[in-house]
Write a protein that binds this ligand. Structure first.
Ligand code: FES
Ligand code: FES
Length: 126
């Protein structure tokens, strides 16, 4: 199966790989797994007082499409509010990366990771 150029670019030069201190109260962590293949993605967001995402980092144990999807969303979420970030859908990701149907679940992992991180943030604020 041929990967699109954008997938290969993100896979070979992943943006924002790494981690923030999970005990930092401004850091939200979303950890999700894909039942279809066992791949795991951890997305962390650094969120300002105004609810704007200032920075993002990820670590993904998974296929090229999962790594590309997470790399892409770390770029997309920066500068967005947490509510705007949760509007990013797997369809947006799959279209941007031209993922084939068999790889759609990899983009779902990235959408789920954003939602998991935002709900972690909300529970930390509560
Ligand atoms: Fe093996 Fe996704 S199925 S890395
Ligand atoms: Fe499972 Fe890509 S094959 S996340």
């Amino acid at each position: 199966m041929a990967y699109s150029e954008k997938v290969i670019d993100h896979y070979e030069n992943p943006r924002n790989v790494g981690a923030f201190d999970k005990n930092d109260p401004t850091v939200a962590t979303g950890m999700v797994g894909a039942p279809a293949c066992g791949d795991v993605m951890r997305l962390q967001l650094k969120i300002g007082d105004n609810g704007i995402i200032e920075d993002a980092k990820f670590k993904t144990y998974g296929c090229g499409s999962a790594i590309a999807s997470s790399s892409l969303v770390t770029e997309w979420v920066k500068g967005k509010s947490i509510d705007e970030a949760t509007e990013i859908t797997n369809t947006d990701i799959a279209q941007e990366l031209a993922l084939p149907p068999v790889k759609i679940h990899c983009s779902i992992l990235a959408e789920d990771a954003i939602k998991a991180a935002v709900s972690d943030y909300k529970s930390k604020q509560a």
